[in-house]
Structure formats: C-alpha cells, structure tokens
Design a protein around this ligand. Structure first.
Ligand code: AHG
Ligand code: MN
Ligand code: MN
Ligand code: MN
Length: 332
C-alpha cells in the first residue's frame, strides 16, 4: 500500500515525533511546494521565466520565480495559526503574521527558490525550508528578528522540494530522512524512500571550480589532491559535479554520497561565504546529519553556529562523513 505524506505525518504525530501544529504546518508547506512546482513546470507558457528587475537584500537580481515562490509560501502559511513569523532570502526582514490571523508558536524560514540561475535553462531548482520554535514568551508580544537567532541544532524540522525530472519532497523531523515523490496525476506526495543514509566514503566532489584562484590555501590544496587521482596523495580518482543549485547537489549526495563545498573566497573577503546560514546551510545540514553525513563551515559544525543576523552567510562543506573529516584535516 502506498503511503501519502498525510499518513506519514499522522503516524509520526501518533509516535510523538511531532506536534499537531508542526504536522499542519508541514502539510501547508508541502502544498505550497506543489503550487511552486506547478508554476515552475509551466515555464514560458505561464510567463514565469526571466527577471523581475528588482534586487533582494543579498544584492542579487530577483527572478520572477524568486518572487512568485516567496508570495506562494507567505500566502499559504500566514492564515493557519501555527506561525508567529516567517523569514526568507527574498525579504529584507521578518514577515509577522497579520493581526487578523491567529498567532502560533513556530517560525518558518525559507529559500523560496534555490538555484535561480537554473530557472531559465530548465535545470533542477528547489525550495528549502526550516522550522524553529519561537521562544516561549513570544505569545502576547511582538515577534522580532532576535527570536530567530537560534542555532540550527534547535530546528524542529527541515526539508526541501526538488523541481527536477521528478518533483520530490525530502524531510527530516529529527529522526532520519524520508523522501516523497509527487504523483502528478493524483496531486499527492507518496513516500518513496525511508531511512536515507549517505555512504561515509566518496569519490565525487562538488565545487564551483571557476573560483579556484580565489580560494583559501587549504581548500585549494584539498581540491588539488582530489584532482591528482590515484597516483596522488588521495590514492583514488575523483569525479566532479556542479549543478549550481544546492538542492540538486544535496539530493545527489543523499542518493550516492559526495562532498559539496561553497567555501569563503577572496572575491568578498569580508563575507564568511556565499550561502545563507538560516535558510540554506542550517536546513541542509540537519538533513545531511540526519542521513549520517557531516556539515561544517570548514572546521566547526554548522548546526552549532549561534546566528547574529537573519541573512548571515557561512562557508559550507557537507556530505559523506569520512570525506568531510578528510577535508577538515587540511585546516589543522
Ligand atoms: P539562490 O538561487 O537561492 O540564490 O542560491 C544559489 C546558490 C546555491 O544553490 C548554489 O549552490 C550556488 O548559489 C551557485 O553558485 P554559483 O553561481 O557561484 O555556481
Ligand atoms: Mn538568490
Ligand atoms: Mn539558495
Ligand atoms: Mn533562492
């Protein structure tokens, strides 16, 4: 018998793995991802390709789909009563739940559309989300950005939707990682993978090689050793992949192992990295760790970083556990 997302979540609630509020919240996020996936699939026919002509707080030019996806997630999640506020890559500051809706205890963070540069060339893109519990005293007062400043290990749940040849939803509630495939005829998320485990070893790395001249010496040394092949210090031949959307990269690593790196580089020396801690690195790190992998900012565990800013950036190295350990040695 096929198991739907709803069945899975109800079972998890019965086994005390999640609260009724988070269950409802996840249902709504999953539905919003279905809506985004449908807009993505229409492409030129839906008028969703191309640039919006505006800039987000990161200084990136927004694509139409960045904005459409952000709006879909806001509208889907604001009325249900589970949330105190939301935060997103595409919004300068937090979005407080309007007064005419009931206020909830949870905080939702998202990268509404990950891999924006892939939209117009019809390559895999995704949505990343993270759920935190608001501090206990949030009921009856204004929620603030400070309420979001929690380390990633406190996430209640995290996941991503992948809009590719198949539309997938990968989810962790803190007890392993599961994957659902969207049955496009039925419109239902069907459980297709349970207890996903990342192989500890790998021969595949994922980094934007065009930035090599900007990297820190240990990163360059690590990649040079991978490139040296079986006669080099690593004693094996490595393969390389770079999709340019973190969701696709993480999904490949969940399926067959690998290491993904977006390290700090000299192009922007004052920024710790390109990727965003709260709605990219944290949810992905929780998923990777829950599947037996590791995620560091070069040496420190990402999930232990105490955030100080909503749009804080971070250097990211994640994937197969033994390979991440090997990488860390280049920094010691
Ligand atoms: P976003 O589209 O949400 O801004 O994120 C894109 C990120 C990430 O998904 C990907 O790994 C990386 O940027 C790609 O960067 P390059 O363009 O430097 O390859
Ligand atoms: Mn962006
Ligand atoms: Mn992104
Ligand atoms: Mn994005």
């Amino acid at each position: 018998m096929q198991k739907t997302l709803t069945q899975y979540l109800v079972e998890q609630q019965r086994h005390q793995q999640l609260s009724p509020d988070v269950r409802l919240l996840l249902e709504v996020v999953a539905r919003a991802c279905k809506t985004i996936g449908s807009a993505v699939g229409k492409g030129a026919l839906g008028g969703v390709l191309g640039s919006q002509g505006t800039e987000n707080v990161q200084g990136e030019t927004q694509k139409k789909l960045d904005v459409i996806s952000n709006d879909i997630l806001l509208k889907a999640n604001e009325w249900g009563g589970q949330l105190a506020a939301m935060a997103s890559e595409e919004m300068d500051t937090i979005y407080k739940i309007p007064q005419h809706y009931p206020q909830g205890k949870y905080l939702l963070l998202f990268d509404p559309l990950d891999g924006s540069s892939n939209i117009d060339v019809n390559v895999s893109i995704g949505t990343i989300f993270s759920i935190l519990k608001a501090p206990d005293d949030v009921m009856g007062r204004e929620v603030t950005e400070a309420d979001f400043m929690q380390p990633g290990r406190q996430q209640v749940a995290a996941g991503y939707a992948l809009y590719g040849p198949q539309t997938l939803l990968v989810l962790t509630l803190g007890n392993g990682v599961v994957c659902f495939t969207l049955d496009r005829e039925l419109g239902s998320w069907i459980l297709t993978q349970e207890n996903i485990r990342i192989p500890a070893e790998t021969k595949e790395f994922s980094i934007n090689m065009s930035n090599m001249r900007h990297w820190d010496t240990p990163v360059r040394q690590y990649i040079e050793d991978c490139l040296a092949g079986e006669t080099g210090p690593r004693g094996k031949n490595f393969n390389m992949r770079w999709v340019a959307s973190m969701v696709a990269e993480v999904h490949r690593i969940l399926q067959r192992g690998g290491i993904f790196l977006y390290p700090w580089d000299k192009r922007e020396p004052n920024k710790p990295g390109k990727l965003r801690l709260m709605y990219e690195a944290n949810p992905m790190s929780m998923i990777i760790e829950q599947a037996g992998g590791a995620a560091v900012d070069t040496v420190n565990r990402i999930l232990d970083i105490q955030p100080s800013q909503l749009h804080q950036r971070v250097s990211v190295v994640l994937g197969s556990k033994d390979e991440v350990e090997t990488f860390k040695k280049y920094f010691s």
